[in-house]
Design a protein around this ligand. Sequence first.
Ligand code: SF4
Ligand code: SF4
Length: 277
Amino acid sequence: MIISIASGKGGTGKTTVAVNLALSLSNVQLLDCDVEEPNAHIFLKPEIEDVKSADVLMPEVNNDLCDYCGKCASACEYNAIVVLPTQVMVFPELCHGCGLCRMVCPRDAISEEPREIGVIKRGRSGNNVELVYGLLNIGEGMATPLIDQVKEHADPGKTVIIDAPPGTACPVIAAVSGSDYCILVTEPTPFGLYDLKLIVEVLKVLKIPSGVIINKAGIGDKNVYNYCEEEGIPILLEIPYDKKIAEYYSEGLPFVNVIPAWKTRFAGMIDEIGGEL
Ligand code: SF4
Ligand code: SF4
């Protein structure tokens, strides 16, 4: 199973859930796709076994072959290549490295050169969780190709947990696409509800079944619960607003390691999801 963990907004406890869930399962792999700010490794403290550069292929135009026909610019969905009367300009910060311009060029004037956008690190925690995470270079805007490359490490022989970036934009869609199920982490506040509604709509379009974990249960109001009931979205688990859990978090301690009863709850939740699927 591939299970992604998402939330419409940051700070709801998405990574806490991803890490604690991974630690509650056996034969598991955690892919941290929050490549702008990965932090699952802070809690899992893995021994890093492999670091490799993540590249995208940038077009490079041979002016001796180019006749400035403009076909490459017309084909590019991202306006990343512009053809002037005697010059072709490529904007690396817009280019997704899809290779379409090279394919459509009738004069074979485009070659491709790798450009590093970040790194991918792979390691294993003491609890035998395999962790793969991407780290986007500072100032780099191309998160989605790096997310795609992190996901290429998914091991079909394991339960794969994907920690998605916050929000509802392209990087989230890249992270959750292809998941069998998406766990949405929210908090019972008006902000939590607003952002939950956005991500639920995204998942409807992607046709990915979902359920909700309510973090900091006990604060706020009942509107999140009412919304889930109206939409027929199951509430999978409630994590109470508990000072002790917050303290463990601030110390970088996954709470399932300190309160093992939570391991049973997380593992039971995955069994239920598996049964439902
Ligand atoms: S499609 Fe090829 S020949 Fe035409 S402008 Fe682009 S690079 Fe030049
Ligand atoms: S590789 Fe793709 S995104 Fe980049 S310039 Fe060519 S068509 Fe545009």
